[in-house]
Design a protein. Structure first.
Length: 316
């Protein structure tokens, strides 16, 4: 039975997180000391999660966010706020948009407050190298005056799960498949507590894309692979899967069904980079694994600061 000191500490922690959530939902970033505390709390939870994290239905799946805070809040207004709605986020919370710090710390605060209600996977942008090019590093140094917050958060990214498995039937990751992965146990065996490698299975899960081709191809992104419908069908059949749900690609309608519905791509950053003119979408999975897509347009935005130096375009 927990003693009074433990209960008081738990109550204090819940109160802290609730205060953080209130501020973050008003687009006010946390203090550096609070982010350190948040990272410590989140790491304790993420350490216990699998490379293939089990997820129960009903659940709402979200694709890329990319620092577009007001659109993330619009997503919650449309899809429902935690803890009333369960969420699976597929990565790429940072870079490109103006509010990467607020977006990623909001999601991490939700994870600490409601750990069983939200699953947060790693995207290819949750990495030290990529965030130094595409905006997150600059945003952290501008808002905090040092690299400390960027280092805390990118160190934490190493602990994010690589994939999720919804009711043993929907395999979810940020990017796609890998020629080095034949079954889910191959994913479970990976050592994920590291910077995203330049090649190999972990890299492929975060970087690869489905394509209109046969077999495997060289990716124009410079990392990962492209893979054809034959690859998706074989992987799903061998692993008893109904569907691969992934993000990583700009889709003008917010979602699409490559490979004759063996794969679904979900993209949740409307008007990506504040100029692409696309819709965002989320995918609601019910208890019977039925899918319903909700599309949404960009939220009205208040004045936003310049993002720093213009990021290099590797691939929209």
């Amino acid at each position: 039975m927990a003693d009074k000191t433990t209960l008081a500490r738990s109550s204090d922690r819940t109160g802290d997180v609730d205060r953080w959530l209130a501020r973050l939902q008003d687009c006010k970033h946390l203090a550096e000391s609070e982010i350190k505390q948040l990272c410590d709390l989140a790491r304790e939870i993420l350490c216990e999660e699998s490379n293939v994290q089990p997820v129960r239905t009903p659940v709402t799946i979200s694709g890329d966010i990319h620092g577009q805070f007001h659109d993330l809040m619009e997503l919650f207004r449309i899809g429902g706020f935690l803890p009333d709605t369960n969420y699976l986020f597929l990565g790429d919370y940072v870079d490109r948009g103006y509010f990467s710090v607020e977006c990623v710390t909001l999601l991490l605060s939700f994870k600490v407050r409601y750990p069983g209600r939200i699953t947060i996977l790693r995207g290819n942008h949750e990495s030290r190298q990529i965030t130094q090019i595409y905006g997150f590093f600059d945003e952290c140094t501008r808002k905090y005056g040092s690299q400390n917050v960027w280092k805390m958060l990118t160190d934490l990214f190493d602990y994010l799960p690589l994939t999720a498995l919804v009711e043993n039937k929907i395999f979810s990751q940020h990017g796609g498949l890998s020629p080095k992965i034949e079954n889910l146990d191959d994913v479970r065996k990976l050592d994920r507590i590291q910077e995203v490698p330049h090649e190999g299975a972990m890299c492929d899960l975060l970087w690869s894309d489905p394509d209109d081709r046969v077999g495997w191809g060289v990716s124009p992104r410079g990392a990962g692979y492209t893979f054809g419908q034959d690859i998706s069908e074989k992987f799903n059949q061998m692993n008893g899967l109904q569907l691969i749900a992934r993000a990583h690609q700009l889709i003008m309608e917010g979602y699409n069904w490559p490979h004759e519905q063996q794969v679904v791509t979900i993209f949740s950053a409307p008007n990506y980079c504040y100029r692409s003119g696309n819709q965002g979408a989320i995918c609601e999975i019910d208890e019977h694994l039925g899918t319903q897509f909700v599309q949404f347009d960009p939220a009205p935005r208040r004045g936003e600061p310049p993002i720093g130096r213009q990021p290099i375009e590797y691939f929209l």
